[in-house]
Write a protein that binds this ligand. Structure first.
Ligand code: ZN
Length: 414
């Protein structure tokens, strides 16, 4: 009996190393750590809400680029485009042609799936004075100048060793609004993309196909940074330049995976109660709703594609590939697939390449119904999230890391 026990102990000791060799994906997923993910979000919040067109936005972009380089993702590039900030009261320029407006209440099938139930009104805070923290109010004081000026996206690329001419795009938006810290929208997605760039850049990690890690600007003004990238680069796909160099400045797009608001899944708003336990009513006599204080037990990562896009079939396949990666590699939270992807930087891509977005909730029916009360508000602060919230973002990171590693073909060289 003793000998058997000793033998099984020896095996147990040997097994983890052996299985790590067999499954490089599992080895890489283990490199994701909650404290590192939190620290990167915290770093982003030192630039306030990172509103487009301001100095704090440009400083955040510089910081992100420096971080990517320090991780070993050294081939950083910037894509420049012009953006026109309308004068106050003047309507913003229309979205890029062909983009659905979507959102809750939008046309059915374009993200406007309807949710019957408790809702909290949503909107964007445009009043800097609504930020009670004086330090943060000062940090966010600069407004976007009116008129036309240059903006930038930043990215770096893991070049594929067998197929450098093909790539997956892993992205999030680095700009925010609302005069808070844009910690969740979209510091949580930006940190996820940065963490993946770090891990795929570790010594010895090789992928067959390329992966580009992109941080968009001007998401909040209408997906302008992502739309500019599509416009400038869609026709360069798969072209070797210079000829015979083996270099592909824009590898052919195989899939687009966007991350936007990753942490807060507290569920449907609940009635606000007064001290005696009675529902609080508004001035029209209707119940007032509030968000539950904790991550709900059913919290999950929501993977969405757009059923009315030209690439719906390929996008659905991509979504299910990530759903299955989550099944195999995520530590705490499951994933669900939906077909109402909308209002995010994957939208400009969705008719050209299989495209998905990953979020804390469904954008149309849940975020659109006020499930995240910090959305575009001064309360989108690092300090307002718990470890259960951060852990949902980390599980989305595990999901994308594993999914992309599988699709791009990963190995770890000795
Ligand atoms: Zn966002």
């Amino acid at each position: 009996m003793k000998a058997v026990v000793a033998l099984s102990v020896a095996l147990a000791f040997a097994t983890p190393l052996a299985s790590a060799q067999d499954d490089p994906i599992s080895t890489l997923v283990k490199q994701l750590e909650l404290e590192k993910y939190k620290a990167t979000i915290k770093g982003l919040t030192t630039f306030g809400d990172r509103r487009q067109g301001t100095q704090r936005n440009r400083q955040a972009l510089d910081w992100i680029e420096a971080q990517l380089k320090s991780y070993g993702c050294t081939n950083t590039e910037r894509l420049q485009y012009m953006y026109t900030q309308p004068a106050p009261g003047e309507p913003a320029k229309k979205r890029a042609a062909g983009l659905p407006s979507g959102g809750a209440g939008g046309p059915a099938g374009q993200g406007g799936s309807t949710l019957f139930g408790n809702r909290i009104p949503t909107g964007v805070n445009t009043d800097p004075m609504k930020q009670p923290d004086e330090r943060l109010r000062a940090l966010n004081a600069e407004q976007t100048p009116v008129g036309t000026s240059q903006r930038e996206n930043v990215y770096c690329t893991k070049v594929g060793s067998k197929h450098p001419e093909e790539m997956y795009i892993v992205s999030a938006h680095m700009d925010g609004i609302g005069f808070g810290e844009a910690a969740n929208d979209d510091g949580s997605g930006t940190a996820l993309v940065m963490e993946l760039a770090r891990i795929f850049s570790m010594p010895g990690v090789e992928t067959d196909r390329s992966i580009r890690f992109i941080l968009w600007n001007n998401e909040e003004t209408g997906l302008n940074g992502a739309a500019a990238y599509v416009e400038q680069r869609k026709d360069l796909q798969g072209i070797e330049n210079p000829k015979g160099s083996g270099k592909y400045p824009e590898p052919k797009w195989l899939g687009m995976i966007q991350h936007d608001m990753m942490m807060y899944d507290h569920g449907m708003p609940i009635p606000k109660l007064d001290a005696s336990g009675k529902p609080v009513l508004d001035d029209k006599g209707q119940p007032v709703y509030v968000s539950p204080p904790e991550q709900r037990r059913e919290a999950d990562v929501n993977i969405e594609y757009q059923a009315v896009s030209k690439q719906a079939e390929g996008s659905a396949k991509l979504a299910w590939a990530f759903r299955s990666a989550n099944d195999k590699y995520a530590s705490n939270y499951p994933a669900a697939v939906g077909f109402h992807m909308t209002n995010t930087d994957s939208t400009p891509f969705m008719d050209l390449v299989p495209s998905i977005s990953m979020r804390e909730n469904e954008r149309g029916q849940q975020i659109g119904a006020g499930w995240n009360p910090n959305w575009h508000q001064p309360t989108d602060l690092y300090a307002n999230y718990s470890d259960k919230d951060f852990l949902l973002g980390l599980n989305a990171a595990q999901t994308t890391l594993a999914g992309v590693a599988q699709l791009a073909g990963v190995r770890i060289r000795k």
